[in-house]
Design a protein around this ligand. Structure first.
Ligand code: 5GP
Ligand code: ZN
Length: 115
């Protein structure tokens, strides 16, 4: 837990958020500023600041973030039409919260390349 981290506070229940998915090692909740009809953030309970900070022992939880994402997509009804998962790394890529999170976006057509 990083005491000054917004997403650690959400994991700890200090900021009330409804989880759309939770397990022993990850939680997921709706983005406060949704960029698509479905916009969910999947985060590890463990504080990992950026992709650059992922350690070998984190490999299982990183994989689990994707199995969580696929279950969320199915529950949201976007699995067949398609959805996008994004994890930004550092400011240059648009990361604004330094506790890794997998964006799960769907419910509208997605363009490529992203901006
Ligand atoms: P990033 O820009 O780091 O890839 O994504 C951070 C995301 O967290 C943004 O999409 C932003 O809207 C979302 N966010 C920031 N603060 C909060 C919050 O307090 N609650 C929720 N649910 N989402 C947040
Ligand atoms: Zn954190």
């Amino acid at each position: 837990m990083s005491s000054d981290c917004l997403f650690c506070k959400i994991v700890a229940g200090e900021i009330p958020v409804e989880f759309v998915y939770e397990s022993d090692t990850v939680v997921a909740f709706r983005d406060i500023s949704p960029q698509a009809p479905t916009h969910v953030l999947v985060i590890p309970r463990k504080h990992i600041a950026t992709i650059n900070d992922i350690a070998p022992e984190d490999e299982a939880v990183i994989g689990h973030m994707y199995t969580a994402a696929k279950e969320i997509a199915a529950a949201e009804g976007i699995a067949e039409d398609g959805y996008r998962t994004v994890m930004n790394c550092n400011e240059g890529a648009g990361q604004s919260v330094f506790h890794i999170h997998l964006h799960v976006l769907g419910g509208r057509p997605m363009t490529w390349p992203p901006g």
